[in-house]
Ligand binder design. Structure first.
Ligand code: GLA
Length: 385
């Protein structure tokens, strides 16, 4: 993203001398809702990002201006809880974490903006958290490494914003690398980079433009349902401490005593965790057909078992099913709106885009957006020339 406008707005509002930091949004190829079940995920950072221009102002005041919202908030370490602007909570959540960890955070001036669509399931919030923490760490030398930045950003979202999210988004934003996807083991945070070489195919997002307003409350409910399943399984199988440890056979053996809803959530989850492994095997063999088939399977599970899809996303996925140029598609991210991710033959993207957008408009009377995304490097400083 071009940062010259952010820099000139900063200079027109503030006197301090700034540095510039960025953090990308992400896609996730497969492994949805698996992160908080100790499973695997397969995200990649993308070339849409949050950019923050930050200067230390040698005071106790934090002055933060959102270019996209056209709003400024000012606060100190003693009164930040009274700020009510939604977008500011992610930044304050980070400052709150630093304070809790015993760091002294000096005042800053900041102007930020971005080109990650909000509410589209591409993790604009994680990018904002990670860019903030990375920037403050560089400016004030808190000595946090990349993993600490990802973990502390997740905690800010859990504790301050109130979304009980897993580690995928923040980890992807910090650790991503160009031309790579990250297979992350969310249990021990070990990871492996996979070549994102899709030959004649490309990953394309179709944004339903349905904003996932239900997402945070229902998200927390799903997490609690998975935990309920684990508690039951653990009663019979003490070594099962997360759904990562459970097998379908074990799940079947406790089905009787389980709420049908909880059973469905667990069934999806156990299968999804193993689908990530199957997907990486398919990628290693350059078997894109198999990868596509797995994407469709994931959508089925998210739609009928985990129940985090919506009518619009189901339509977008169904539309692709009898089209030769599409190998697979599914809803992506937390759900209840946002984007579908589609594996499409590159030469057919233009035709496909026009047709799916027309069909969507005809069905729902509203527009959708197409995002062509390229993989990108993780959180970094932009050095000014
Ligand atoms: C959101 C959360 C992630 C992850 C996904 C679903 O993006 O922030 O931690 O759980 O949903 O895979």
């Amino acid at each position: 993203m071009d940062h010259s406008q952010l820099l000139s707005v900063f200079k027109s509002r503030f006197q301090s001398s700034p540095r510039i930091f960025r953090s990308p949004g992400r896609i996730n190829i497969i492994g949805e809702h698996t992160d908080y079940n100790d499973g695997f995920v397969l995200p990649a950072g993308v070339d849409r990002e949050i950019v923050m221009v930050i200067g230390s102002n040698n005071s106790d005041q934090f002055n933060v201006y959102s270019l996209d919202e056209g709003e400024e908030v000012s606060f100190t370490l003693n009164d930040y809880t009274s700020v009510s602007n939604g977008w500011a909570q992610y930044i304050i959540g980070i400052i709150d974490q630093l304070k809790k960890a015993g760091h002294t955070v000096p005042g800053i001036d900041c102007v930020f903006g971005g080109d990650i669509p909000i509410g589209a399931g591409m993790s604009s919030s994680a990018a904002l958290e990670c860019a903030t923490l990375y920037g403050l760490n560089e400016l004030f030398g808190f000595d946090l490494d990349k993993q600490a930045i990802a973990l502390m950003s997740q905690k800010a979202e859990n504790e301050y914003v109130g979304v009980n999210c897993g580690i995928m988004d923040q980890f992807a934003s910090v650790f991503s690398e160009e031309k790579k996807a990250i297979r992350l083991d969310c249990r021990d945070l070990s990871y492996e980079l996979f070549d994102l070489d899709l030959k004649d195919y490309q990953l394309v997002l179709v944004d339903s433009m349905v904003k996932h307003s239900l997402a945070s409350s229902e998200y927390n409910v799903r997490r609690a349902e998975c935990e309920e399943g684990v508690a039951l399984l653990n009663g019979k199988y003490p070594n099962v401490t997360s759904l990562r440890d459970a097998t379908i056979t074990q799940l079947e053996s406790v089905k009787e005593g389980m709420k049908p809803k909880v059973y469905k959530r667990c069934n999806y989850m156990i299968n999804e965790i193993s689908r990530v492994t199957k997907a990486t095997e398919a990628m290693n063999k350059h078997d894109l057909k198999e990868l596509g088939r797995l994407l469709y399977e994931t959508h089925e599970g998210l739609q009928h078992e985990f129940e985090v899809s919506c009518e619009e996303l189901d339509f977008l996925v169904n539309f692709t099913k009898n089209r030769e140029e599409v190998l697979g598609a599914r809803m992506m991210g937390g759900g209840f709106g946002g984007c579908s991710i589609n594996l499409i033959k590159t030469s057919m993207i233009e035709v496909f885009s026009a047709e799916i957008q027309n069909a969507y408009k005809k069905e729902f009377g509203k527009e959708s957006s197409i995002y062509m995304v390229n993989s990108a490097n993780g959180t970094s400083e932009i050095i000014q020339s």
